[in-house]
Design a protein around this ligand. Structure first.
Ligand code: NAD
Ligand code: GLY
Length: 352
């Protein structure tokens, strides 16, 4: 097992390894005194892992209740969030009780936002079961729900008390979800670790979960510790995301986040080559790695469509936005550009 300490507005450990879920109760009791624990999960994940978690929490002295909602991004909304809060009120959950989020990023974001806002904040733990949640969303304290007007439009920063990642849970991940997680892992390699990039070339992620997840969590920890509230270097984690979010939005979210980020990384790297920020070899290596992980690079929308979609991205401010541009594998920079200039970047990314 690997343990990564995060020092932010709340300090916590991220535990990563095989066979951890049955020990969740014992590990949680080390940081939250046994209390009532609300297990929040989606129907897919709860059916697979709910019983193990419940039994583990109960045997460590927690009194449990469950809130399970239908899987998928369409559940990450104000209505499900409101239902969760109402259910907790009806059950008289107190400020001294806690939430345990069991699932992917949808569960973690929604449960985290509920924990941050229920009675002005109760403790919570993240138990990520998707690869994407393990390497990204469960660490760093971004919580949110979507509004009809856009993704993650209501949310706040609220750090968990514990993150426990049992890599055995990845065995049941559908292939598409594995690929989505791999896209975010390739992102980490591109922004900060040539060594990780090489290891992804040599050995599939699924043969080295513990090492890869730990490496990504350490990188994310470093960004969060320097810039918890996302005003500076944490923005590097958005590599591939400006174009990627536009792709998700144009596809009405039928193209998953990880796959869209892969397309976004390919296009921005192509634009970076055209504009002289990086060498053609960087693009070549990235394209090869994306192909190895069965991640499509071709964007099925026009530059104009993407430009309009990107205009409503919450990562832009005023008339400008921060674009993450690669210089070489393991190194990207933050380029502040005028919003209007984005169309040219998209076109230089090979998008007609
Ligand atoms: P998700 O939570 O919808 O999970 C993907 C699918 O995999 C779901 O159908 C889920 O039921 C299933 N699943 C999860 N774990 C499984 C397992 N072990 N076995 C079988 N099925 C399993 O999506 P995601 O990709 O995990 O997360 C995407 C969400 O995360 C988005 O809402 C995104 O905005 C958010 N996100 C947040 C942050 C952050 O910093 N908070 C970062 C990145 C993404
Ligand atoms: N997923 C980007 C971040 O946590 O900042």
């Amino acid at each position: 097992m690997q343990s990564v300490s995060v020092h932010a507005s709340r300090n916590y450990e991220v535990l990563i390894g095989e066979g951890l879920l049955p020990k969740a109760g014992e590990k949680l009791a080390e940081v939250i005194p046994p209390c009532r624990a609300v297990i929040v999960s989606d129907d897919n994940v709860f059916a697979l892992y709910g019983k193990t978690l419940r039994e583990s929490l109960q045997s460590a002295g927690f009194d449990t209740m469950e809130f399970v909602f239908p899987h998928g991004e369409s559940s990450k909304n104000l209505s499900v969030y409101g239902e969760l809060l109402e259910t907790m009120c009806a059950a008289r959950i107190a400020r001294s009780d806690c939430i345990v989020a069991l699932g992917g990023g949808v569960v973690g974001d929604l449960a985290g936002f509920a924990a941050a806002t229920y009675q002005r904040g109760i403790a919570f733990a993240q138990i990520p079961t998707s690869l994407l949640a393990a390497v990204d969303s469960s660490v760093g304290g971004k919580t949110a729900v979507d509004l009809p007007s856009g993704k993650n439009q209501a949310g706040c920063f609220y750090q968990p008390s514990l993150v426990l990642c049992d890599t055995d849970t990845f065995q049941t991940l559908p292939e598409d979800e594995y690929r989505n997680g791999c896209a975010e892992i390739i992102k980490y390699a591109m922004i900060g670790s040539e060594e990780l990039f090489t290891s992804l070339e040599k050995k599939p992620v699924k043969e080295q979960y513990e090492a890869v997840v730990s490496r990504c969590v350490c990188m994310k920890r470093d960004f969060v510790e320097q810039d918890e509230f996302d005003r500076g270097c944490r923005m590097l984690l958005n590599f591939g995301h400006t174009f990627g979010h536009a792709v998700e939005s144009c596809s009405q979210f039928s193209i998953a986040h990880g796959q869209a980020v892969a397309m976004g990384m390919a296009a921005i790297t192509k634009a970076a080559v055209t504009r002289g920020f990086c060498a053609a070899d960087t693009l070549h290596k990235l394209m090869e790695l994306l192909e190895k992980y069965n991640l499509a690079a071709e964007i099925p929308f026009s530059a104009q469509e993407l430009f309009l979609a990107a205009g409503s991205d919450k990562k832009s401010s005023g008339g400008s936005l921060n674009l993450i541009v690669p210089q070489k594998i393991g190194c990207c920079t933050i380029e502040k550009i005028k919003k209007d200039a984005l169309l040219g970047w998209l076109q230089d990314g090979g998008i007609a």
